[in-house]
Design a protein around this ligand. Structure first.
Ligand SMILES: CC(C)(COP(=O)(O)OP(=O)(O)OC[C@H]1O[C@@H](n2cnc3c(N)ncnc32)[C@H](O)[C@@H]1OP(=O)(O)O)[C@@H](O)C(=O)NCCC(=O)NCCS
Length: 154
């Protein structure tokens, strides 16, 4: 399998992959998530993101076919942590039939290069605590727990 990872302007492919991520990940981990949002609002949102200089929109192709996406963003420096230049991995997904073949790793590697070039010295990502596959993947990419967000019913 040949994998390529490119900065994208293909907004429909980005919307489709983001919608599939909502359905699979939030759909099984967050009953309060609005799963219709990508179809309703995704096109203008991702269009703006593709044009945003502080954001990174990647599409992966495996043997020429769309195989996943990654969205990254450079955050403003917080006055409370002036030495931290943080880039956040906001969203990523690999198509089910392409998993465990290094596509996710290729996407993260391109994100790390982009973030370093932009001066980031810290990378962050968030995942549902029950998404064990994603957590194992991020650990394999060098991420470690830093803060833990807890929630309960009111
Ligand atoms: C998480 C995800 C992006 C990983 O993509 P991928 O292309 O399958 O990952 P890679 O093939 O690059 O995996 C690299 C390494 O990460 C680890 N890894 C990846 N997926 C894993 C899983 N499900 N369970 C345990 N370890 C995993 C392994 O160490 C793997 O190396 P190996 O295959 O040689 O053992 C993909 O499974 C996915 O899209 N999941 C559904 C959407 C999702 O959860 N996105 C993240 C939301 S926060």
């Amino acid at each position: 399998m040949t994998v390529s990872v490119d900065v994208t302007e293909d907004v429909p492919a980005l919307v489709a992959s983001a919608a599939a991520l909502f359905a699979e990940d939030a759909g099984s981990h967050d009953p309060r998530m609005d799963l219709g949002w990508p179809d309703r609002e995704g096109a203008p949102y991702y269009q703006d993101l593709v044009a945003d200089d502080e954001a990174l929109c990647l599409l992966a192709h495996a043997d020429g076919v769309a195989a996943g996406h990654l969205i990254g963003r450079l955050l403003p420096v917080s006055p409370l942590r002036p030495d931290a230049v943080r880039a956040v991995l906001e969203s990523m997904r690999v198509a089910a039939e392409c998993r465990r073949r290094g596509v996710g790793e290729a996407l993260v590697s391109a994100f790390v290069s982009w973030a370093r070039k932009r001066g980031a010295n810290e990378l962050a990502v968030q995942a549902y605590a029950a998404n064990e596959g994603a957590l194992a993947f991020y650990r394999a990419q060098g991420f470690r727990p830093f803060e833990v967000r807890l929630a309960r019913e009111a």
